[in-house]
Every structure is written in C-alpha cells, then in structure tokens.
Design a protein around this ligand. Structure first.
Ligand code: C5P
Length: 232
C-alpha cells in the first residue's frame, strides 16, 4: 500500500539519523535527507539508509546550469534515491535536462527513475523578499507561474506548502509533496502556515513531509503511527 509519510532526518549526523531510521523504518514511506545531514555525512548516509531497506528523498534543491544539474541528478539516480529536488527558477532547459537525466540514468541501471520534484518559491519568502530580488509578483502568482513551467518542462512532481496545495491540485495531476504538517497540539516551530496530515491529504497531497513533530517526540515511532492512523 502507498505510504505517504516522509520523515525529514533534520539531524546533524549519522548517529542520530540511524537511531531514527532504526525506530521508524517499519512505519514510514521514505526518509528525507537534506543539506545539513548530507553535508556532514556525504553519500554514505544515503547508502546506509537505503541498505536498511528504506526509500530516500534527497532534498538538496539543485540550482545551477543545466549540465551541472543534470549530472548531479544522474549521480543521485545512481545512488538509488526515489525522489530529489531541483529549483524551478533554474528555467525550462535545466528542468527538461534534469528530468531526461533521471530517466536515462535509471534506464541504464534498470531501476525506477526518481521523481524529480520542482521547488517553486521558498515559503520563507514574502512579497517584499521577491521584490528585493527583482520579482514583481505575489508569492502565490509566482508559485503558479513556476509550477506551470515545471509541468510544461516534464517534471512529474512539485514540493508545495499547505498554502498552495489546493491551487496546485486543482491545476495539475502531478505528485505533490507537502511539508509544514502539524497537529493541533504540536508546536509550530518556525512554520507559519500549517495543516494537519489529514487536511493535507484531503487537499490533494500525495506525500507529507514531517520533521520535528516526529523526530523530536519522546517516542518517534508512536508519533509517526498516530499521524498514519489519522490519514488511514
Ligand atoms: O520539522 P518540520 O516538520 O517543520 O520539517 C519540515 C521539513 O520540510 C524540513 O526538512 C524543511 O526543510 C522542509 N521544508 C519546509 N518547507 C518548505 C520546504 C521544505 O518545511 N517549503
């Protein structure tokens, strides 16, 4: 059965990550490895999580010239990750080459291609922040513009905040991955706009990303099970 729960391994090093993987592997769909853990531990942490039988979402948000991004996507595909992220503001040429590279590399290795997920506007950015970098648009309009470009460039998925979920689900039939998930009694931490897991799935998310509400819980496994129970 499709397991939509992605746990973000936002921890500084291998020891903490592996402790969480051991506790959570039987119940979660994928583990997300981001810049902090990858920069400390390198590809060996990806291989180690994969060798435990879990799937990996490599969230390094590539943003570079098309050749560099497509080579990085090929390297991530060879590692065996199931999902990875690129910035849609890299443009259509970069996105088309990234997607083609995922498919071609997976075909060579005879494995399933990873889903190349497009990141649109960082949720930390408000209209003033866009204005500062020369983008004269609201975050919502800019998200929709970049999402359309991503879909037209052949990407099969997007990362989006709870705020954007309904709009993007209405427009597109692609994989939507949504962080910013909190239950009513969780601390919001630095997330401004949140949804519960159940609300996000109902609004059209295919996967939800949860970090601190699981990883910082006294019992991470039962926190993950509670979230899964709420959406099944
Ligand atoms: O701890 P928390 O549940 O807030 O973690 C959410 C995860 O999703 C973090 O790894 C964070 O980097 C990521 N993320 C996010 N908001 C976005 C994109 C990614 O919180 N817009």
């Amino acid at each position: 059965m499709h397991n939509p729960l992605i746990v973000a391994l936002d921890v500084p090093g291998r020891e903490q990550a592996i402790r969480l993987v051991e506790k959570l592997a039987p119940v979660v769909g994928l583990f997300k490895i981001g810049s902090e853990l990858f920069t400390s531990e390198g590809p060996s942490i990806v291989k180690e999580v994969l060798s435990s039988g879990s799937k990996v979402f490599l969230d390094l948000k590539y943003y570079d010239i098309p050749a560099t991004v497509s080579n990085a996507v090929a390297a991530a595909t060879r590692l065996g990750v199931s999902m990875l992220t690129i910035h849609t503001s890299g443009g259509s040429k970069m996105m088309k080459e990234a997607e083609a590279s995922a498919i071609a590399t997976a075909n060579q290795k005879n494995i399933q291609p990873p889903i190349v997920l497009g990141v649109t506007v960082l949720t930390s950015m408000a209209a003033e922040d866009l204005d500062e970098i020369g983008i004269n648009s609201t975050p919502q309009r800019q998200v929709l513009r970049l999402a359309k470009l991503a879909v037209n460039s052949g990407l099969r998925g997007l990362v989006c905040s709870p705020l954007e979920l309904e709009m993007l689900r209405y427009e597109f039939q692609i994989t939507l991955v949504t962080p910013g998930i909190r239950s009513a009694d969780d601390s919001k931490n630095d997330q401004k706009r949140t949804m519960t897991a159940q609300e996000a799935i109902r609004a059209g998310a295919n996967y939800i990303v949860v970090g601190r509400p699981i990883c910082a819980a006294p019992d991470p496994r039962s926190a993950a099970e509670r979230i899964l129970d709420s959406i099944r």
